[in-house]
Design a protein around this ligand. Sequence first.
Ligand code: PLP
Length: 384
Amino acid sequence: MRPPDFTLTAGPAAVSPRILAALAKPVLYHGDPVFLDTYARTEQLVGQIYDTASEVILMQGVPSVGLEAAARALVSPGAPVLNLVSGVIGQQMGRWLAGIGARIHELAVGFNDAIDPAGVAAYLDAHPDIGLVAVVHCESPSGTMNDCAAIGAVARDRGVLTLVNCVSSLGGMPFSADRWQLDVCVAGAHKCLGGTDGISLITVSDQAWTAIEQNPAAPRDSYLSLLDWHELWHGKSQFPSPPSVPEINSLEAACDQLLEEGLEAAFARHELAARACRAGVLGMGLQLWPARTSIMSPALTAITLPAGLDGDAVCDHVRSRYGVMISSGRGAGNLVRIGHMGTTATGMHPVVGVIALGQALADLGVTVRPGDGADAALEVLAAA
Ligand SMILES: *Cc1c(COP(=O)(O)O)cnc(C)c1O
């Protein structure tokens, strides 16, 4: 098969020429003073994007690595943890936490819904032994958002730490680790930042460091050790393990690209792409998967499939027949997803996603007119 014309998945998202050029920069020795400056500068840019004064750790490896490292740092065997589950990523976090030996408490909602922060408050009040809440900001497999600002405040008020998966939200929608009172956050560069995958962007609050230092089970002398980064890199300027130089160059370019555009402008760009995509989907008579508009992610649109259709088969048809790569639902439900994150949250990308999906569904026997979807999506873009 030939390569796709458009990659409109829910991440990794397409990468801009500026980032590709950064990947092609000469690879310096990781101890070279020029690279060390780049590294320190990149940490600082990531802190700006997180809106935090907390320590930033850039751990090599896709964000699943950073999420596991964070969970291992925070959790000791037998510790009660409240895991919030509104989708398959939250569910997976529960399995990881259980694997580390946490005593799991779970608040769960349907995978088209979001966690109610008042329910979190009530649960924590009823279970004062819980010291950690784990939450996914954007549940990318189902296109929904949890209110991390409210959940962060609820937890901090009760002296409970938060572990936040913001892999698919950072850079594409408002986020503030400090104002939202979040303790440990983990993101990636390959979603709304428009960068490449292979790196975990982690912030750790002072409260969280205190807990991690007191956790006898927190990894040390391990690739997964946050403490090693804290003590060796930020304490003695020694890398616990040498970073991938091209990966840091790529991340620096992604951060520069985003901050030069301006965070507010980037958020507005994602929101507009999302509105256009949703309007296109609804304009073709299809249904959006999330229960309410207020919980829909600006980074991707999840679309309910008509009964009898299989998400993987629909995505395969869109890809093979029309050269557009979109995403299935990864087990979240009978849905497909069009990503509009990073470089694909611009211009005509959402229109392309809508009409490619619409035509594929029409081919598969669904009564939809892709032109109606294009009209509705374009109307949103034209009015902006
Ligand atoms: C993409 C994503 C991940 C995992 O990222 P990997 O690159 O697969 O490690 C985790 N959580 C969320 C919410 C994501 O969107």
